[in-house]
Design a protein around this ligand. Structure first.
Ligand SMILES: [Zn+2]
Length: 484
């Protein structure tokens, strides 16, 4: 049976010439099933379906290389504007563990679905997710249509603070290996499900919570499965100092010496490194990372919100590190991730010419495809997967249009994403996510928040209420108000 061909006629196409992205004006793209079969001036063959994209930009789908879909929506209205200086403002040791324990399966499930919808809404067609193994994932992928690289997380220890001053580690090495086994089983069981949209990555959670043996086994498993290994590394000053204390080496140097840092490794964050003013430790990590060929999943907003900046995206890129971008926290929006990465790096470099729209656009597309080993993602070219985002080119945010990538990186909003196609399937149309009832999802996320907040005190070391953990910006009053 012949497959249906869809032809898109667009005012602008951000296409791929085999080496880099390039622009085509008044051009056409055709795809058949899940694969692009033509990008150029005029297709000239009959097509069963035609999409009129005059006044619009065709853009490759974005790839977020770091996300926590099960809980990130609950960052909103809670995680902002509050940190513990004893932990150098990181949120990892107080708010997040308490919240993780206070969440139940239903909350995680609604967050997962909401997150998948939110990503699609901002043109993010592929996501690397680190989270608990969950049966609903495959079901939601079938429903919503995202491409997901899923890393069921596991570790040998958990961290906790008994007093808000020190971070301690509770080790259970056997549990780590057992959880790793289960992660591998999950990955293998889902290998050929969801039309190839669901794939696995190896995800030992954090460098400071894994034994060297668990990391070496993880590295071996990643090689055997031919899938990336991703791990939170150099994400906090506390972690950096803990690794120095344990091993006399920086997290990056230690991982490298273990033999676990190579072209297949995706470091989550790698922001608190030797050479950064946050560590005041001699430089050298950047060279190790570049020499190893590893990639970094840079999630600028989750750090910037805490006053922490990578020093700098430009320097990492210049050193030769394969820089990719992650959404991590809320909002799960790659347009914003690109914008933050570019602007923060410009500020660090005091140079508007550093970290251009092209640099961060490459990070969100081609560089991310590289660590996933996918020459068919992150680009609009014949033979690539039909993962396509159609941006408006004539909206308030997008005119005047001369340079589509600049307009997307510096001006576009979620509302300018009109259509999203993943693997040849239209999943967002007219700005509407087709596989989910967004109003209903929003309502359920609100409900989850209201159920979660009162529970937090049960899991905080000092039994603080949500308002103590995260004071509201202004007080809620319940009285008649007058302006004297
Ligand atoms: Zn993370």
């Amino acid at each position: 049976m012949a497959s249906a061909t869809t032809l898109i006629k667009a005012s602008y196409i951000i296409a791929f010439d085999g080496k880099q992205h390039c622009y085509l004006k008044d051009a056409e793209l055709a795809f058949q099933d899940d694969t692009i079969i033509y990008v150029g001036e005029k297709y000239g063959e009959p097509a069963e379906n035609t999409i009129d994209a005059y006044g619009k930009v065709l853009c490759p789908g974005f790839i977020s290389t770091h996300a926590h879909l099960f809980e990130s929506p609950m960052d909103r209205s809670f995680i902002e504007d509050k940190g513990n200086p004893r932990f150098y403002m990181s949120g990892l040791y107080e708010n997040l563990p308490a919240r993780g324990m206070a969440m139940d399966d239903e909350m995680r499930s609604v967050c997962l679905k909401y997150s998948l919808a939110e990503l699609l809404r901002s043109g993010t067609t592929t996501v690397v997710e680190l989270g608990p193994a969950c049966d609903e994932l495959a079901e939601y992928i079938s429903l919503l249509g995202n491409r997901v690289y899923f890393g069921p997380i596991y570790r040998s220890a958990r961290w906790y603070t008994p007093d808000g001053k020190q971070v301690l580690y509770e080790w259970a090495e056997d549990k780590g290996f057992k959880a790793m086994e289960q992660a591998l089983e999950f990955i293998k069981a889902h290998e050929n499900t969801c039309n190839g949209l669901l794939k696995g990555v190896i995800a030992p959670s954090q460098i400071d919570t894994c034994t060297p043996e668990l990391l070496k086994e993880s590295h071996k498993a990643a090689m055997e499965l031919g899938t990336p290994l991703t791990i939170h590394t150099s994400q906090a000053v506390v972690e950096f100092n803990e690794m120095l204390r344990r091993h006399g080496k920086t997290p990056v140097a230690w991982l490298n010496d273990l033999g676990c840092l190579d072209e297949n490794t995706l470091l989550g964050h790698a922001i608190i490194i030797g050479g950064s003013s946050w560590t005041n430790y001699p430089a050298g990590d950047l060279e190790i990372m570049a020499g190893s060929g590893c990639s970094v999943a840079h999630a600028p907003w989750v750090f910037a919100r805490r006053g922490i900046v990578m020093e700098s995206f430009h320097k990492y890129q210049k050193a030769g590190v394969n820089m990719t971008l992650g959404t991590d926290t809320c909002p799960q929006n790659m347009i914003q991730a690109m914008r933050w990465a570019s602007v923060l790096s410009k500020i660090m470099e005091r140079n508007t010419e550093s970290t251009t729209a092209a640099d961060v656009f490459n990070a969100a597309t081609l560089n991310a495809a590289r660590i996933l080993g996918r020459k068919d993602l992150g680009r609009l070219a014949t033979g690539a997967k039909a993962d396509i985002v159609i941006f408006s080119a004539d909206s308030t945010n997008m005119v005047p249009m001369r340079d589509p990538v600049k307009n997307i990186v510096y001006s576009a909003e979620m509302e300018d994403v009109e259509t999203v196609i993943v693997n040849g399937r239209t999943v967002v149309e007219g700005g509407r996510v087709l596989g989910a009832d967004i109003r209903e999802l929003n309502r359920r996320v609100q409900e989850a928040g209201e159920k979660l907040w009162p529970r937090l005190s049960n899991y905080d070391w000092a039994e603080r209420s949500v308002d103590e953990l995260s004071p509201p910006s202004f007080p809620y009053l319940n009285e008649r108000l007058e302006n004297p």
